[in-house]
Design a binder for this molecule. Sequence first.
Ligand SMILES: NC(=O)c1ccc[n+]([C@@H]2O[C@H](COP(=O)([O-])OP(=O)(O)OC[C@H]3O[C@@H](n4cnc5c(N)ncnc54)[C@H](O)[C@@H]3O)[C@@H](O)[C@H]2O)c1
Ligand SMILES: [Zn+2]
Length: 355
Amino acid sequence: MQTIQANNYQVFFNEKGYEYLNNILLPQTYSKIFIIVDENTSNYCLPHFLAQVATEIEIEIIELEAGEEFKNIETCLQVWHSLTELGGDRKSIILNLGGGVITDIGGFIACTFKRGIDFINIPTTLLSMVDASIGGKNGVDLGNLKNQIGVIKEPTAVIIDTHFLETLPGEQMRSGFAEMLKHGLIYDISYWNKLKNISTLNTDDLDNLIHQSVVIKNEIVTQDLTENGIRKALNFGHTLGHAIESYFLENENKKSLLHGEAIAIGMILESYISKEKGLLSTEEHHEIKYILSDIYHKVTFDQNDIENCIDLLIYDKKNEFGTVQFALLNKIGHCKINETCENNLIYKAFEDYKS
Ligand SMILES: NC(=O)c1ccc[n+]([C@@H]2O[C@H](COP(=O)([O-])OP(=O)(O)OC[C@H]3O[C@@H](n4cnc5c(N)ncnc54)[C@H](O)[C@@H]3O)[C@@H](O)[C@H]2O)c1
Ligand SMILES: [Zn+2]
């Protein structure tokens, strides 16, 4: 599969990625290699990864506990200490081998350690392949509020090896698939049409679809790295999706939702809002609701849940001058950014979701 050029780095696929990696890891380039993994990628991905890497540079493995609840500044502190104790310096390189949690936090650690060292993302979940590892957003959560602390800095490279998906649980595949569907909805109707027939697709198709998603995300991000314009389209489904994700994360009586599961609900709600604002046709709203509801299980929201989710919107990091910002759809394949929405309409969207 063809290498994809981003602003200042490239996204390599499969064996091309390892060729690139082994080339830049020739002696004298880096003083030490730190591979950040979580307990699962340490088990499932690290052996395969290490078997592809040929280097004389010393490698240290830093293993973190798996899960969003560890994507915080306390974990960074531990890793900054480990890097220091293990002799990390400005010429060290960090390889982030994991899902979005590892690429987000590992990228942030690399951007801040010694005022910034090189890092390469090697995503191992579908979600991190098509989304989190691409585009230079790195960061951590602040308490239960998602991605409040972070920096935008592009990685040195991204290496996508779809072999890693073989051990990924089905629910995690579905979670990543939500971001692929989003790419179709905001940018490319023909891609959406391919994805909505996913039950008939085989593994080769999946590789091509992943490639296509990366092309779309990269095309958007390269035009607007710092999110002043078109990059906001990637937030479709995320204003309400993030609030729902945070609420379920902090509420002990609720089973946490995966990122993509929350975003799928967000996309259904925000499609309804798009329709009510006269942007999206009723047919297209129904199509989106039908396809997404078929893939993602329904979550129940009572009045109190809805109110709590709405309250959380004030913390959304996309807010400008205290106003909550939405990226909505004006038809499938086209996004309209900088939209606002009355709370009243958000309640109606939840009611429609429940129906
Ligand atoms: N930076 C961005 O632009 C961006 C974009 C989207 C999402 N994100 C972030 O990404 C995170 C979600 O990423 P995620 O869904 O990859 O979560 P994750 O990193 O928690 O991975 C999900 C689970 O899968 C396990 N896992 C990873 N690879 C595996 C493999 N190959 N086989 C078996 N198990 C494996 C992990 O250990 C974890 O338990 C969120 O924190 C979200 O905010 C960031
Ligand atoms: Zn997302």
